[in-house]
Design a protein around this ligand. Sequence first.
Ligand code: F6P
Length: 353
Amino acid sequence: MAIKKIGILTSGGDCAGLNAVIRAAAHAAIGRGWDVLGLRNGHLGLLQSPPDVVQLTADAVRGGDLLRAGGTFLGTTNIGDPFAYPGPDGTKTDSSREEIAAMKALGLDALVVIGGDGSMRLFDRLLAPAGIPWVGVPKTIDNDVPGTDFAVGFFSAVEVVSEALDRLSSTAASHRRIMVLEVMGRDSGYIALYGGVAGGADAILMPEFPYDLDDVAAHIKHITHNRPGPVLIVAAEGINRPPDDRRHGSSIGAAIATGLQQRTGFEARCTVLGYTQRGGSPAPFDRLLASSFGVRAVDLLADGANRCLTAWRGGMVTHVPMEGVVTGPRFVSPKDDLVRAARSIGTYVGAIP
Ligand code: F6P
């Protein structure tokens, strides 16, 4: 079927680079003579009456403003499941038919969904039965989308972590302290690994590899020759709490700092980066990923593709079938080259199987 009109939406947690994807996909679609609608706030805009959409014109996406603007001007959401949508009284209703009807009423022939693995699962369940062709573009700071080496937003988060470690290194040296930096990543350790190696961390604690705080303390004493000295620790938010941690409710980074101070006798402090990893202007590589993926998504739709994800694999832009993407998040492999590099540089990375 010839495509004449597509929708573009962003879904899930935001990150840097989303606007750059929208810009590239809209440019490519308009260049094919297609009509382009931006759907607001993920799937939520489809539940408004009339649907909350915006016409994406060439002027609206021209120039570099969207390329460098953080966040998503369409809005997004990582709450509310169309198949169990929470009403004001807390009851959950299946609003999926209403959303499909809204897409058809808008005359959408296809969709570009910019999201993480959870959004890919959600839209696959929503669109496949409705027969609406769609292509996914992987985005998340967590970099846990199966099928692609990198997702849009990841390297921007890595840049924030690396810069934070550069800043922490001087205050760690001034006070001869252990500085623990807690980073995001949900249940994966990619941000911790890449940010930690880029920022010269002495230890990187990831959910994928068990750690022992006694071993971390021993590593610290070894590298500081048993004297207080500057030490940088990166702790992913998804790691297990230390077994002897009594301060439930404190951040995992704070628990690690307390545990290391108790074990080494050296002063320790914690910094939680939080949402700074999601904000701000995208790093150059994320702009390149976003521009390539946005164009590739439209090319795939024009070629009649459906239910696939644009991907970066082995340094090339390609695409993979959605079947391998919706299986759930991916995790750092013990065979990851950067895990080996970190260990060879002398960084503690936990117990590698
Ligand atoms: O998935 C991206 C992410 O930033 C995770 O790293 C983090 O744990 C989570 O989203 C936070 O979710 P929310 O934005 O709902 O607080």
